[in-house]
Write a protein of this length. Sequence first.
Length: 192
Amino acid sequence: MRFFTKGLVIIIGSILISLGINLFLVPYEILDGGIIGIGLILNYLWNLKAGLMIICLSIPIFMIAWFYYREYFYNSLHGMIISSFFIDLLRPLRHLLRVEPLLGSIFGGILVGLGIGIMLKFKTSTGGTDLLAQFIFHRTGINVGIIIFIIDSIVIVLGGLLISASTLLLSIVTILFVGITTSSITRNVKHI
């Protein structure tokens, strides 16, 4: 039953993340942070599949996890693969809705934060920045949502420089909502 629950959480979290990205972020070239954000930058600049790029970029982090944090490796590998799969699978949805860009950044941030937070609450994640944030949390005690926010900030500044000022500004709003939503869901969770 535990395996079924974790699998269901990974699928639900991955779909929420993918919907947030494809429905609300991609239409306006808005970034999430971390590995997903880097995958989106590569997508916006060179039309590379974001999900596939996320898998490639996550390999070094998963190698560290394999040697030093084996439990995190197993808990995150499926989340990374499934969320990357859904990001590319749901790519056609990017033209489905049109909202104001600011609303897109807010709604996208909330959906991505819900997906990440739900996964973290059930001891799984998408790997990448989530996995890195869990490593840092166990060394420092700093809230996972705050760590993700700091890493995300670095990525969106880079993306803003490479893409546009509006990308930077809207992405700031997005990561604020990702961080707030993730922190709200994981606030009282002791295993993170």
